[in-house]
Design a protein around this ligand. Structure first.
Ligand SMILES: [Zn+2]
Length: 352
């Protein structure tokens, strides 16, 4: 399923680029701006098995994107400024905003220096458990389990299933299958229990993964003090909010915000929903974020920002800078909005 989706995106982006259709679609779908979504920014690695590669871009790709936007006279702004322009209906200039999810240390080491070259601001959404070193990044734990084994067993629907993980292709196939299975389990605790069992069986330490990859509060403090950096909330545990009771979901939002504000001594008024797709954040979560007092909240639903987005400040779409497509030829396609418009069936607002 994921492979099919990737092929569609790749064929779509390629087709849009080659036909020049993005130039024709531009006036209709370019919107007033875009919020770009990234996760890791770090140098490319050689390993053949990198199932989470879509979540990372190389510093030079980020630099090329910033250069492209600057050359087109696009303002690169903070989330506060996005909010301000939307509520004032100030759309005299196009804008772009760079957001990075989870709070990875590479954001400080590789993204910030590139952003600084352009004096461009960035927003980093921090899951508070990650900053405390207690986060469970199960998608990376699954990668680690599969990377170190040549065969693994998992109980899927009470049936012990063995997966060949001896070659990069077999590892990728096993990852896709197990990733979809873990995401599809009924509750967050089910996902955590199953990945916890796999980690215990194959000797992967989830806490060590969190500490290796994520900035601690002590590291976040000076990072947040940088004039270019805004810190936003990203829940406490990085759970699928839509699967939680209303009480827990609002706690995940409010407590994560309070922890950030307490640790960093600055306001955290912007939110990113963990996972952020339709099955993780919908109408209830948009209302909860609004009630919790967040100025904006971003999803991972693909789309540009339009004038109408001002009425959906806690359901803002983003444009993913996807590590699988680090080809500078797609920049005009991404900024034209044609790719996300195609994905959305040419609707401008998707906030249901
Ligand atoms: Zn996240």
């Amino acid at each position: 399923m994921k492979q099919l989706r990737n092929n569609v995106i790749r064929a779509g982006l390629g087709a849009l680029y080659l036909t020049g259709a993005h130039y024709l679609l531009r006036p209709i779908f370019a919107g007033v701006g875009a919020i770009f979504m990234l996760h890791h920014v770090r140098p490319r690695r050689d390993a053949e098995f990198q199932p989470n590669r879509h979540l990372e871009v190389a510093p030079e790709f980020l630099r090329a994107m910033l250069g492209h936007l600057r050359s087109r006279g696009v303002d690169i702004v903070t989330m506060d400024e996005v909010h301000q322009r939307l509520i004032e209906r100030n759309f005299s200039r196009r804008f772009a905003c760079f957001t990075l999810d989870d709070g990875y240390r590479d954001n400080r080491d590789f993204a910030l220096p590139v952003m600084r070259e352009f004096e461009a601001p960035l927003t980093v959404y921090v899951a508070s458990d990650f900053a405390e070193g207690a986060g469970r990044l199960w998608w990376i734990a699954l990668e680690a389990v599969i990377a170190k084994t040549s065969s693994i067993e998992a109980k899927i629907g009470d049936i012990a299933t063995r997966f060949d993980t001896s070659t990069p292709a077999a590892k990728q196939a096993a990852f896709d299958r197990l990733h979809d299975w873990l995401r599809g389990l009924p509750g967050e605790h089910d996902t955590q229990r199953e990945i916890g069992a796999l980690c215990a069986r194959y000797g992967v330490d989830q806490t060590a993964i969190c500490r290796e990859l994520c900035m601690s509060w002590d590291e976040l403090k000076p990072f947040a003090d940088d004039a270019l950096v805004t810190i936003g909330a990203h829940s406490i545990t990085h759970c699928n909010l839509a699967r939680q009771t209303e009480e827990i979901a609002s706690q995940e939002m409010a407590v994560s915000r309070a922890r950030i504000e307490q640790a960093l001594q600055r306001p955290a008024v912007h939110l990113a929903y963990p996972f952020g797709d339709k099955i993780s954040a919908g109408a209830r979560e948009f209302a909860l974020a609004y009630a919790a007092g967040f100025k904006t909240a971003v999803t991972t639903r693909p789309g540009m920002i339009f004038r109408e987005s001002a009425d959906y400040l806690t359901a803002l779409p983003r444009v993913s800078l996807n590590g699988n497509y680090q080809d500078t030829r797609i920049f005009p396609v991404l900024t034209s909005g044609a790719a996300t418009a195609m994905w959305n069936g040419f609707r401008r607002i998707d906030a249901a």
